[in-house]
Design a protein around this ligand. Structure first.
Ligand code: CTP
Length: 407
């Protein structure tokens, strides 16, 4: 067996169901693939398997209590939630899924699941009717929307006489799903140990309580970059304007609305090794701060709306006298003479690299899934990539940035 999970650390949350006994086998399978496993058992799980059995198979202690003097002194539950590459929940009972979807933090397992920014994989196991219940279906949709990955359940015979979907996926299937979720093997984790900051999405600049200035940015490219950087092993903070996208797995997300809030969140998130400014920040905002009253028509036509310029977040960070990230990357949306405009933008903003995309109507980039980009470096070198999906652009960009940083 090749060690496809070598150097990976898995926090394994074992829920309280009959399938908990299979979680013991899962520990074995994960270790066979080279991973280290830190078991966490809910109170329910301990009705089926003992912490001692989990600890013996994992070769390290199993955690059970939120207020555990020994582990609070040694590492604490928040650190437990960070010091791994992924969290696997197996079996994920209907109750555990409901508590995850509701954001509960009632015991060690749910506190870790709420506090973690790591990618999460769950292996549901429950009675057929419970899996089919609208409440479980709702919880599942909520969890998927939050970026949680799901493996199984499988159809087949269960402890009860009914059969149908509800049986936990087999340990090897869970390990396979974990490999897929973690993407590149450890050797390809180009940004391990690096901190990456990404801005994404549009900003909304309020005119009054109901109206705002915005643009058509979907946030897809920025979110894909954050996800790709996390998959490459970086600790990623994503500062996002309002978007309708799920949070990328394994990323710490800070949600903002306006350009000024985005700048403050970016400054808060520094230091970073790489900062990628993919957000389509509104250049201007209404000079008049939005009050609590809606602006009404009074029959004399629209009132003038003077605008003021927003802070340029990219230029502010690229020109920081101290604490400037070693690699500052800007984006440029251009409709013509893409490369020339991008070169001028590098000089104006003081960044190291511009990713220029053609947003002319023929390009269909704004809000679309594909992107044709040119990479323009400060020394003037240009690299043009073929039309690619935004996820692939993100992966290539992350590899390119890792090369520059190492370089
Ligand atoms: N940017 C920023 N803060 C702003 C405006 C832009 O951080 N207030 C960043 C964007 O995230 C992007 C780059 O600067 O990385 C884009 O620069 P911008 O001057 O807005 O270029 P375009 O959007 O291409 O527009 P224009 O051609 O009008 O300059």
């Amino acid at each position: 067996m090749t060690e496809t999970l070598a150097h990976r650390r898995v926090l394994l949350v074992i829920g309280g169901g009959i399938a908990a006994y299979k979680a013991l086998d899962l520990i074995r399978r994960l270790r066979e693939r080279g991973a280290s496993v830190c078991p966490v058992l809910t109170a329910g799980a301990q009705e089926f398997v003992t912490p001692l059995a989990a600890a013996a198979l994992a070769g390290e202690r199993a955690h059970t209590d939120l207020f555990d003097r020994a582990s609070e002194a040694e590492i604490g539950h928040i650190k437990l939630a960070r010091q791994a590459d992924a969290v696997v929940v197996a079996p994920a009972t209907a109750n555990l899924m409901a508590r995850m979807a509701g954001g509960h933090a009632a015991d060690l397992a749910t506190t870790i699941l709420l506090a973690t920014t790591l990618p999460i994989l769950i292996a549901p196991a429950m009675n057929v009717q419970m899996w089919a219940h609208p409440a479980t279906r709702r919880n599942r949709a909520v969890l998927e929307g939050d970026g949680v990955r799901i493996v199984g359940p499988n159809a087949g015979r269960m402890a009860e006489p009914e059969s149908g979907p509800g049986r936990m996926a087999e340990p090897n299937e869970i390990a396979d799903a974990l490999e897929r979720m973690l993407g590149a093997p450890a050797g390809d984790r180009l940004l391990a140990g690096r901190r990456v900051l990404v801005t994404s999405g549009p900003t909304h600049e309020p005119i009054d309580p109901v109206r705002y200035i915005a643009n058509r940015s979907s946030g897809r490219q920025g979110h894909a970059i954050a996800a790709a950087a996390a998959a490459a092993g970086a600790a990623v903070t994503l500062v996002s304007g309002p978007v309708a996208l799920p949070d990328p797995p394994g990323v710490a997300i800070v949600r903002v609305e306006t350009a000024r809030q985005m700048l403050a969140a970016v400054e808060e998130a520094l230091p970073a090794d790489i900062a990628v400014f993919a957000a389509a920040v509104a250049d201007w905002r209404p000079e008049q701060e939005a009050g609590s009253k809606k602006i009404k028509k009074d029959g004399t036509g629209p009132a003038p709306m003077p605008l003021v310029e927003n802070p340029d977040i990219l230029a502010t960070i690229a020109r920081r006298p101290s604490g400037r990230p070693p690699l500052v990357v800007g984006f440029a949306a251009e409709t013509d003479t893409v490369v020339e405009h991008a070169r001028a933008k590098i000089a104006r903003k003081g960044c190291d690299l511009i990713v220029a995309n053609d947003v002319s109507a023929e390009g269909g980039v704004m809000g679309g899934v594909d992107n044709t980009v040119h990479l323009i470096r400060r020394d003037g070198a240009v690299e043009t990539w073929p039309r690619l999906g935004k996820d692939e652009v993100a992966r290539r960009l992350v590899a390119h940035l890792a090369g520059l940083l190492a370089g």
